[in-house]
Design a protein around this ligand. Structure first.
Ligand SMILES: Cc1cc2nc3c(=O)[nH]c(=O)nc-3n(C[C@H](O)[C@H](O)[C@H](O)COP(=O)(O)OP(=O)(O)OC[C@H]3O[C@@H](n4cnc5c(N)ncnc54)[C@H](O)[C@@H]3O)c2cc1C
Length: 453
């Protein structure tokens, strides 16, 4: 860009979720002596209980998210953390296995808003509210209004006009759109005329199920439970423990609340709850969209789309990818790389290189996982493999445990998970357990359907 265009006075960020707030934090903490004015628009009342104040997710926070925040000098306080996750439990139609985290890593759970409707004394601070407050403490201005439209100038030297609230307008040198995929704004952007096409999405369904804290301790024991039961329309289910609730998530192209209840009342799922547990008549639930592909044309002159509205890791660890795109956008802005061509090179390229192709491997892995979960001969040898691996000390000698852990936490590129799953040592171990399964079947041992969770 020309030198006179590079003086950056005001950055407007549309959306105060993780991608928007981390972009603001990076800008303010790394701009040196004269940071630009950073304004974050978000109407969501993050201090409200229930879906109204929540960015609707299971709330599993990976260690890489905390590391990114630490690098910005932000430590997530204990009041935000609901639980430290120590293990995962993988449940199938033929039994389940538990496995601990990769050594040296910790996962946490948190609410994205203040917590469920009817919080029953559940207190704390939501993750998004904490990030937004941190950005404000670092110098950002938060305007609690909805942005309704953008006016892109025909002359690129001129500012972008941002319309918000009740017909108010503000001018911005740079606009960062961090609106996620759960509002109408992706459609507004599409109509702005620079070629943006939002990512494809499908629905998830989530519920916050109330339990006593002791019941969560006894029955979930700081473990995230992942279910591959081959149920019609539900590709994956998960239960994420909070302090006095558990978050139940079901994924599938057309899942509805009825599917979530069908999942919860399935005997293999309900036996993970205390014996006297019944599905409450009323519970906090939501129906958010999940981004499943990459948006087209996410940048134009002085404007970039970040987070889910551009690209995110397929189905897992979306907060981490939101932080990555937000940070990469902030770096490009601070380097003055804000023309369309520069943004394509310095922002879009690294983000696509990290996630775009890898998400195809992710889709393949989840498809294979879903397909295999329906067949006894694929499931049982893998469960036995994890059980055998539990006896070993060295994480490197646990190929199937690694595959499942990375798949469920999204903490490694999908390509590397796939190549591990196709490695010779993996195939050898799987073959051994496959033969063991055949031997057991020949001896007449029934499949271990009733394994205790
Ligand atoms: C069911 C489900 C479970 C998930 N579980 C996890 C998980 O356990 N761990 C994980 O890491 N990821 C998870 N994710 C993914 C994660 O939620 C997203 O990847 C992440 O929130 C994306 O962040 P973002 O900032 O791009 O968008 P969002 O978090 O969606 O934030 C967008 C913000 O923009 C605001 N906004 C929208 N339009 C406007 C407008 N016009 N004006 C002003 N503000 C606007 C919204 O109010 C919102 O606050 C899950 C997703 C789903 C759907």
């Amino acid at each position: 860009m020309q030198e006179e265009e590079r003086v950056l006075k005001r950055v407007v960020i549309i959306g105060g979720g993780p991608s928007g707030t981390v972009c603001a934090l990076h800008l303010l903490k790394n701009a040196g002596a004269h940071p630009p004015e950073v304004i974050i628009f978000d109407k969501k009342p993050f201090s409200h209980y229930g879906p109204l104040g929540c960015n609707m997710c299971a709330g599993l926070i990976s260690h890489t998210v905390l590391e990114t925040l630490e690098a910005l000098g932000i430590s997530v306080p204990a009041s935000v953390i609901q639980r430290k996750v120590k293990s995962h439990f993988f449940e199938t139609r033929w039994g389940g296995v538990s496995f601990e985290n990769e050594p040296g890593t910790t996962l946490y759970t948190a609410y994205r808003g203040m917590g469920p409707l009817d919080p029953r004394g559940e207190e704390g601070l939501g993750f998004d509210q904490f990030l937004l407050s941190s950005a404000v403490d670092s110098g950002a201005q938060h305007i609690q209004e909805m942005v309704s439209s953008l006016e892109l100038p025909s002359n690129p030297i001129k500012s972008i006009r941002v319309k918000y609230g009740n017909n108010k307008t503000i001018e911005a040198d740079v606009v960062v759109v961090a609106c996620g995929v759960n509002s109408d704004f992706p459609r507004v952007l599409k109509e702005a005329g620079f070629g943006y096409t939002p990512p494809a999405t499908f629905h998830a369904c989530q519920a916050e199920i109330p339990l006593e804290e002791e019941e969560v301790n006894n029955w979930f024991n700081n473990s995230v439970k992942v279910f591959s039961l081959g149920l019609k329309g539900i590709s994956l289910g998960a239960i994420t423990p909070k302090r006095r609730f558990v978050t139940v998530t079901v994924l599938g192209a057309h899942v509805r609340r009825a599917d979530l209840e069908r999942f919860l009342l399935h005997p293999t799922v309900s036996r993970h709850f205390p014996p006297n547990w019944n599905l409450p008549d009323k519970y906090c639930h939501c129906h958010p969209k999940v981004a499943t592909s990459t948006a087209k044309n996410p940048v134009t002159h002085k404007l970039m789309v970040v987070g889910d509205a551009f690209i995110s890791r397929y189905l897992k660890n979306g907060i981490e990818s939101a932080l990555y795109t937000g940070t990469t956008a902030a770096k490009a802005i601070l380097e003055g790389k804000i023309s369309r061509e520069e943004l394509l090179q310095h922002y879009v390229k690294p983000c696509r290189e990290r996630y775009h192709l890898d998400n195809y491997y992710g889709k393949l892995l989840f498809k294979m996982h879903d397909l295999f979960a329906r067949h006894y001969w694929f499931v049982v040898p893998r469960l036995q493999m994890v059980q055998e691996e539990a006896k070993k000390k060295d994480w490197k000698e646990k190929p199937e445990t690694q595959v499942l852990w990375h798949l469920f936490t999204g903490s490694a590129p999908y390509r590397s998970i796939l190549s591990r799953a196709l490695s010779r040592s993996f195939a050898t171990s799987l073959m051994r357990e496959y033969l063991n399964t055949i031997k057991k079947r020949l001896k007449g041992k029934p499949p271990s359907k009733e394994q205790k969770p």
